[in-house]
Design a binder for this molecule. Structure first.
Ligand SMILES: CC(C)(COP(=O)(O)OP(=O)(O)OC[C@H]1O[C@@H](n2cnc3c(N)ncnc32)[C@H](O)[C@@H]1OP(=O)(O)O)[C@@H](O)C(=O)NCCC(=O)NCCS
Length: 204
């Protein structure tokens, strides 16, 4: 992504992408500075603006590749290893078909994704994955915000996720997004809890 031509000092982070189909304006003027919130009238040509869109079953192979590469590059090597590392096109095709999800893509390159499924009286969110080269730009925050919109569209009162206790950064991320811990869970064969169950209430 380019830096902002109006403020070259704009940090290279923040949700600088479009929601939905590419703007009708064409390849020019489609990019918005996260700080100014305005399209760049004389912006440089951007051929691949990151765009947030609903995932389709035929995205499954790209989703699986992204999930495996993102979870291979976590802050901490978790014990046990994440089951995300075993995701395949088939497993995610089934998830997308039965539940759904949202991705952020630049052209045909998938940069980030989040899958969901209606479960336990809420929208369960899983496989939050951002390409290691695209982190720190607010993509995870934007995907979770979209899940929240989806839950509200379905009149569900909560979002919930399961986060490894070893991943302090991920726990901090969800806390900053308004989630709180409601339970802990343990992987079979482990003596202590390995997971935090977090939820965000939408009915408060
Ligand atoms: C975790 C992950 C999805 C974050 O994606 P991201 O796009 O870089 O996150 P964002 O840029 O939206 O960051 C959102 C906020 O979380 C914070 N954050 C993100 N990752 C963090 C980390 N590892 N440690 C501490 N804080 C973190 C950011 O600083 C930011 O806070 P701010 O807006 O208040 O400054 C990404 O690192 C990833 O794909 N990790 C591997 C897969 C994984 O662990 N998925 C989550 C499973 S629960």
């Amino acid at each position: 992504m380019a830096s902002c031509s109006r403020c070259p000092s704009t940090p290279r982070r923040g949700p600088r992408f479009h929601r939905g189909p590419a703007a009708a304006a064409g390849p020019r003027e489609r990019w918005r500075c996260w700080r100014h919130g305005a399209a760049h009238a004389k912006g440089r040509r951007m051929t691949a603006d990151p765009t947030l869109r609903t995932l389709r079953p035929d995205d499954a192979e790209a989703c699986a590749a992204l999930v495996r590469s993102a979870f291979s590059a976590q802050d901490v090597v978790t014990d046990p290893p994440s089951s995300a590392l075993r995701e395949t096109g088939d497993s995610l095709r089934a998830w997308i078909a039965a539940g759904g999800g949202v991705g952020i893509a630049a052209g045909d390159r998938l940069l980030a994704l989040l899958l969901w499924a209606e479960r336990d009286g809420g929208l369960y969110c899983g496989r939050l994955a951002v390409d290691p080269a695209a982190r720190g730009r607010g993509f995870a925050r934007a995907l979770v915000a979209e899940a929240e919109r989806e839950a509200r569209r379905r009149s569900l009162p909560r979002l919930h996720v399961r986060v490894r206790l070893q991943l302090a950064g991920n726990l901090a991320l969800f806390a900053s997004l308004g989630f709180r811990e409601i339970a802990r869970d343990v992987h079979a064969g482990y003596p202590e809890p390995t997971l935090a169950v977090l939820e965000k209430r939408l009915d408060g």
